[in-house]
Write a protein that binds this ligand. Structure first.
Ligand code: ATP
Length: 455
């Protein structure tokens, strides 16, 4: 089957109420998006699955929820205040702006900008690259582009303090390391998890949900004894990949990609990449950050963030293993992977969103066969099932059209209420993927659906 383009996917999302362009009635606002009724449900389902797997089902894993705005010293310690930037060039002819590394890798796929310094990138672009938009070769010098959004605290102008919207969630976990260690009465290794918004003033945001200026991240920071880090890194690599394949992503569209150049403090870094409509790109980063973060925060805060091992009496700064994925980017992966155009036996084509049922916005659609005759009973079934899982009811147009709509939004089960239901309390329940139908007693539906939609 032909791969759908990013534009087709974004149009589809808008049509069905998953995702709308941000501030649309004002002509939009570049690379911001609003999640509609179905998109919000799906986003929450992704986060629920992640929490269940990485917090609920893991020993010694604790979720926290930190502020978006933190003491600016946090960003001095992390290094962001000084050097969180991307390289940018502009085409002087058509004024198009590019992130220099992305420009090089898209125009010269055999060249790896990760291995270049900014000076080398600048030289390479000037000598080898033509603007993909206008075809000319007349770029500005490469400049560093500050990725942090700044704002101010305080009301009196000369006493205002510059503060930042966090560009990553993980610093909140680092600065709360000792709070969680103490209040959870933990020992190493243990994990602090967080799901929350981050903000980056990206040079060239774009590609629908792939790169936005405001996005949510789901992160684990695993604190451990030096020497235990490598095994934990490898375990988490496998578990992150398994999470995606357990949720139905085709393994052929996923791969690990080790970083060619490590940041100076890291000892290992790999990305899980997905084969997006625009090509292979990062979805999930897994990093061994060594003891860098806690060392920095010890230095800048003046607090001792070392750990005293009560069994061996050793004192050391823990190592940190990190797994970080974007929620919106992951939603895009699930959508790209699940959206299919299927040709049926009679030659007709259906759009079907073959999401893992745990991710589907609605688990069940209740469809009265004839509105006037069966709606009352359908409402009764709807009210009952809504206590267990998200349901929707649709009594408009032909039953065939209603099935198609539910297929297109990924609803795993459709329940038809007809004369038989009125007679004996039995319903027909149709499976989205096989389109097979079985008869069930109304009282048996909750257990049947819960079992089949659980993650
Ligand atoms: P990239 O190379 O794509 O800019 P990164 O390596 O800077 O990403 P991290 O800082 O490791 O990303 O963030 C972890 C995850 O957060 C990424 O793998 C991605 O899923 C998500 N993410 C990062 N930046 C964005 C963004 N601008 N929009 C949406 N998701 C993002």
């Amino acid at each position: 089957m032909e791969k759908l383009t990013m534009e087709q996917i974004s149009n589809y999302c808008k049509q069905y109420g998953f995702i709308y362009p941000g501030s649309e009635i004002y002509g939009g606002f570049a690379n911001t998006w609003d999640f509609g009724p179905l998109g919000s449900r799906m986003i929450n389902n992704i986060k629920d699955c992640w929490r269940k797997r990485f917090v609920g089902q893991r020993d010694n894993s604790y979720e926290i929820d930190c502020g978006i705005i933190m003491n600016p010293k946090v960003w001095e310690a992390s290094g962001h205040a000084k050097s969180f930037n991307d390289p940018q060039v502009d085409c002087k002819e058509c004024k198009k702006r590019y992130r220099a590394d992305n420009l090089i890798s898209s125009v010269s796929p055999d060249v790896n900008p990760d291995l270049m310094t900014y000076e080398e990138m600048n030289k390479y672009i000037k000598e080898n690259i033509k603007c993909p938009s206008c075809g000319k070769s007349n770029f500005t010098d490469l400049r560093e582009f500050d990725l942090m959004f700044k704002t101010y605290r305080g009301t009196i102008s000369d006493q205002k303090t510059e503060i930042y919207l966090r560009p990553e969630t993980c610093q909140g976990e680092y600065i709360n390391f000792q709070n969680v260690l103490r209040t959870a009465r933990e020992k190493l290794p243990f994990t602090i998890a967080q799901v929350g918004k981050s903000f980056r003033n990206e040079v060239t945001p774009g590609n629908f949900l792939f790169r936005t200026i405001e996005f949510e991240q789901m992160e684990l920071q695993i604190f451990c004894k030096p020497g235990e880090d490598e095994a934990i890194f490898n375990f988490n690599k496998k578990q992150s990949m398994k999470f995606l394949t357990d949720l139905g992503v085709n393994p052929e569209n996923l791969r690990f990609k080790d970083h060619d150049k490590l940041v100076f403090y890291a000892s290992a870094a790999t990305d899980i990449q997905y084969n997006f409509p625009t090509g292979w790109d990062e979805l999930w980063g897994i990093h061994n950050r060594t003891n860098y973060d806690l060392t920095q925060h010890s230095k800048f805060s003046g607090k001792d963030l070392s750990y005293l091992d009560s069994e061996t009496n050793e004192k050391y700064i823990p190592y940190i293993l990190e797994t970080a994925a974007g929620v919106g980017r992951m939603m895009l992966v699930f959508l790209c992977d699940a959206l299919k155009k299927e040709t049926l036996e009679d030659g007709s084509i259906r759009d079907v969103l073959k999401l893992h049922p745990a991710l589907a916005p609605y688990k069940v659609a209740i469809l009265p066969l004839i509105k006037k005759v069966h709606s009352e009973k359908a409402k009764e079934v709807y009210n009952k099932l809504n206590n267990y899982f998200m349901c929707t009811m649709d009594d408009s147009s032909s039953i065939g059209k209603r099935y198609r709509r539910q297929d297109a939004i990924g609803t795993p089960f459709c329940i038809t209420i007809d004369d038989t239901t009125l007679e004996n309390n039995k319903v027909t329940i149709r499976d989205r993927d096989t389109m097979e139908q079985i008869i069930l007693n109304i009282d048996d539906i909750p257990y049947y659906v819960i079992e089949k939609t659980m993650f």
